[in-house]
Design a protein around this ligand. Structure first.
Ligand code: KG4
Ligand code: ZN
Length: 334
């Protein structure tokens, strides 16, 4: 039986990543080089610095992914790269490299949507995942509640009307002086705090599946201004509790309403300890399966790109070599 080895490339934001995955689920290698140290002193990702760093890092990262996979470049069957959404300059580095390698090696190039790649992170670790599944995709740039009805068949049930969940974590962490990226910092410090110390608002927005986090962010700022001696651990824990409450409540309701058999987490915020624990509890209570990709699969990586690329290749065949980078690409059914 033919096994399709796909080299995945991810450069949409501040991680330079390459991976080799067989048939969409067998990970032979997954290399991620984070630029977090380069951006930390600016308190966020600086697009121009990200693009330059991708140019420097991509060749060694791809080389390492091939070495760790134990294959030569003439054993790659296709090259998949994230074409969007993301930072235009950063995306262009990965897309140009992928198209060049595909052309030189004489193999197909596959254009991958970064959001679809996050959805496939769960399938990569559990290819037998039963559909339909409700996926809560929470990252630095996106907060989406998606009903995945089949491969490539998505219904966006809700999204954020202002900040993305990860963005809220990053902004609150920055205000609290916890550094960048804020999600892991809040997650860590919240362990020592009381999640019920401060009753921050939860934007439930009636029956809608949309999210809003900017009011919560303002409430944190106002509370700290009014109570300068408040314990940062308590603020972090109470903020996190409010975010997780809203995310889990809506994901759970969506799964019930749409008859999903499973709830699945995706995106960088899916690495959050409290979110993982609460979603698992909700699934046990509701008789649903919970799919929590390992933390390294939640944050940006290229194994998920290679996995999504494999499904895209089966469904659509190779992508044209004139496919460009699309910074505002959306998740749509095909
Ligand atoms: O998916 P991702 O790596 O990149 C984007 O596509 O945005 O997500 C990055 C986001 C950042 O906002 C980061 O603060 C957040 O994921 N994040 C977390 C945790 N780890 C990463 N948020 C909460 N808790 C965490 N443990
Ligand atoms: Zn991402």
């Amino acid at each position: 039986m033919n096994r399709t080895r796909i080299l995945g490339i991810e450069t949409s934001c501040d991680e330079t990543a390459a991976a080799v995955v067989v048939d969409g689920h067998e990970v032979l290698s997954s290399v991620v080089s984070s630029q977090v140290d380069l951006h930390a002193r600016f308190g966020g990702v600086v697009p121009e610095i990200a693009s330059r760093a991708h140019v420097e890092l991509l060749t060694p990262v791809v080389a390492r992914a091939l070495v760790e996979a134990g294959i030569d470049d003439d054993h790659v069957d296709a090259v998949a790269a994230t074409v969007g959404p993301g930072l235009i300059g950063a995306l262009l580095v990965g897309v140009s490299a992928a198209k060049t390698l595909a052309l030189v090696w004489g193999v197909p190039f596959v254009a991958v949507n970064h959001l679809e790649a996050h959805l496939y992170a769960a399938l990569l670790e559990d290819p037998d995942l039963e559909l339909p599944v409700v996926v809560l995709l929470v990252s630095g740039g996106h907060t989406l509640l998606v009903l995945m009805e089949g491969h490539g068949r998505y219904r966006i049930l809700g999204s954020t009307i202002d900040d993305a969940a990860g963005e809220a974590f990053d902004k609150v962490a920055r205000y609290l002086g916890l550094g960048y990226p804020g999600g892991p910092a809040i997650d860590a410090i919240a362990m020592a705090g009381d999640p019920h110390a401060i009753a921050f608002p939860r934007a439930i927005l009636d029956e809608s599946y949309d999210f809003s986090f900017s009011g919560l962010k303002t409430a944190v700022v106002n509370h700290v201004r009014k109570h300068p001696d408040v314990a940062t651990e308590d603020v972090a824990a109470s903020f996190q509790e409010a975010v997780v409450d809203v995310l889990v409540t809506k994901a759970r309701r969506a799964a019930q309403e749409h008859g999903a058999r499973a709830l699945c987490l995706a995106g960088g915020v899916a690495a959050n300890s409290q979110l993982r624990e609460r979603l698992l509890d909700a699934c046990v209570a509701d008789g649903l399966r919970a799919f929590l990709p390992s933390r390294s699969m939640c944050t940006d990586n290229a194994a998920m790109v290679a996995a999504a690329g494999w499904y895209r290749l089966q469904a659509d065949g190779p992508s044209p070599l004139d496919t460009g980078a699309s910074p505002n690409l959306r998740l749509v059914s095909t």
